[in-house]
Design a protein. Sequence first.
Length: 174
Amino acid sequence: MSKDRFIHFGMGLVVWGAFQMWQRRVGRSGATGLEKAEGAAEWAGLTLLPFVALGAWLPDWDLYVGGIGFHRSPLFHSVLPVLVLGFLLRGISRFALPVGLALGVASHLLWDIVQYGDVRWIRGGNADRLFLLVNAAVLLVYALSRRVVGEAESPVPEPISVPMSVPMSNKEST
């Protein structure tokens, strides 16, 4: 693993940890389904880790597509890869995959703001950093808006209670 990949993965762990803290503070209110089970939030958080690692590496796929001259392309250093992969792989997971990818890519973009900030086809350092910041913010808001267990992945739907009236008779049986 290269030094840059290690740094991006480390930043992904930091963002994942912050996400876990957010879920513990805010995500528990109004818990339903699997969230009520002991340790379910921790388990859901652990399932994110492989996708966070993949997301932290995802923006650098532009190196394999177009070489070093294509690196930090807005096509890869933005929300776009999460949307495309989330759509293509939507049958795998409705929570862990999109949220993990969003957290990973957001962590990568945030670190690029600190260290580089140079996005191809965007002129000026501040415009580059603003582009990265806006895309990272959109990804973080998306991830934070999701519940620990997505609505579609709730293990057992809550039963619908239908009030039933029981006719009462005035006669007593003797």
